[in-house]
Design a protein around this ligand. Structure first.
Ligand code: BGC
Length: 379
């Protein structure tokens, strides 16, 4: 493994031997090979460590967060995201574990939308709909990576240029995603994009969290707060009906911290359609782009707490309803509901829903979005 950046040494490459001499709490970035894509291109993994020893590993394939080690209430580090030990299972098609999702996170009905009078057809890779950017979305692309370090902590700036027409979407889209593992114990993800033609865009990170640090445990005993008084109900193919439904009196009310498993098996049409929770919540915001708390997840066993803040208007909370134990990762299997996602986003199917906040990016504009995962513990 090659140490490429460290406090006060930005840009200086050091040898593996020198690396071993550094104290664990020196913030830094290390680079190592992680395998190859199907076409034989080398994939690198970058390990970011902040000054408290929190560690995030991100690979260039899919800009994927491969592991994230945070302390429990006793200071013991464990990995709180599901993932794999090499790029191989990702290339073979695991469902979006830790990946960056684009061009359009979530579903577009019938894989079709009309923009400025022209209709575009996208791949239908989820029943009748297009999901997470199509057959080969941003999660399956090789990103270029540039490590950096500021006084806030070590980071990685990833870039991917999506060709005009890729996966059916118009315009050449240049996307930068900047991960920074901050010394205030947070992982910041900033998204930026420009286009040569008007195009829909909705970017997110698709990490499966298991705050217990032991993926043998389900996520059903975790306690969740979602800062939303409405959600976007779906039809049987998981496309929003267009309505914003109050959460009050439904199993979707997480305005107070609530055990995830408490109502997940309720007799509720929405829960049946999604086989559990797999919905978009409409976040409470003082103004549309405000950076606000979207969700707070607590694992009572380990004491780990994850707070999600975002400038996005929505969040998809998904309870691993399609996890089936395959393939095995990091020496264990990922069974039903052993991971949950908190995907900050614009609402699903927005290109076909005129009443939803717009997801259209036009030439000359810069798309910007920012999400922060904050790590702390409770007694
Ligand atoms: C979607 C789920 C889908 C999952 C795949 C989530 O973002 O909402 O329906 O099965 O991604 O990992």
């Amino acid at each position: 493994m090659k140490r490429i950046l460290g406090a006060g040494f930005a840009g200086i490459a050091l040898t593996a031997m020198a690396t071993a001499c550094w104290a664990a709490k020196t913030p830094d970035v290390q680079e190592a090979p992680f395998g190859q894509t199907a076409s034989g291109k080398a994939v690198q993994v970058y390990t970011l460590t902040n000054e408290h020893g929190i560690q995030a590993r991100i690979m260039t394939y899919g800009g994927t967060l491969v592991s994230l080690k945070t302390p429990d209430r006793n200071g013991k580090l464990a990995d709180i995201v599901l993932g794999f030990d090499s790029v191989k299972p990702y290339v073979e098609g695991v469902p979006y574990y830790g990946a960056l999702i684009g061009r359009y996170a979530n579903r577009i009905a019938n894989g079709r939308f009309t923009l400025d009078g022209k209709t575009y057809q996208l791949p239908k890779n989820d029943g009748p709909n297009s999901l997470h950017g199509g057959d080969k979305g941003f999660d399956k692309r090789l990103w270029t990576a540039k490590p950096f370090e500021t006084k806030e902590g070590p980071g990685l700036r990833l870039t991917y240029v999506s060709a005009d027409g890729e996966e059916g979407y118009p315009g050449k889209l240049t996307t930068h995603v900047t991960y920074q593992l901050r010394n205030d114990n947070s992982l910041s993800i900033e998204y930026e994009a420009t286009t040569t033609k008007p195009t829909p865009i909705n970017l997110t990170n698709h990490s499966y969290f298991n705050l217990s640090g032991n993926p043998q445990n389900t996520i059903l005993n975790d306690v969740l707060l979602i800062n939303a008084d409405k959600f976007t109900p779906i039809n049987a193919t998981m496309i929003p009906t267009g309505e914003l439904q109050p959460v009050a009196g439904t199993p979707f009310d997480f305005r107070k911290p609530t055990v995830i498993g408490a109502r997940i098996n309720d007799n509720n049409e929405q829960l049946h359609y999604a086989h559990g929770y797999d919905d978009n919540w409409v976040l409470v915001k003082p103004h549309p782009d405000a950076m606000t708390t979207a969700a707070v997840l607590t694992d009572p066993g380990s004491g780990r707490v994850l707070e999600v803040k975002t400038t996005e208007p929505g969040i998809q909370f998904y309870t691993g309803n399609f996890q089936d134990g395959k393939p095995a990762g990091k020496g264990t299997v990922y069974n039903y509901r052993t991971g949950l996602t908190l995907e900050t986003q614009h609402f699903p199917d927005s290109p076909n829903q005129p009443s939803f906040p717009s997801t259209i990016l036009r030439p000359g504009q810069t798309f910007k979005s920012h999400t922060v995962f904050i790590f702390r513990t409770t007694k």
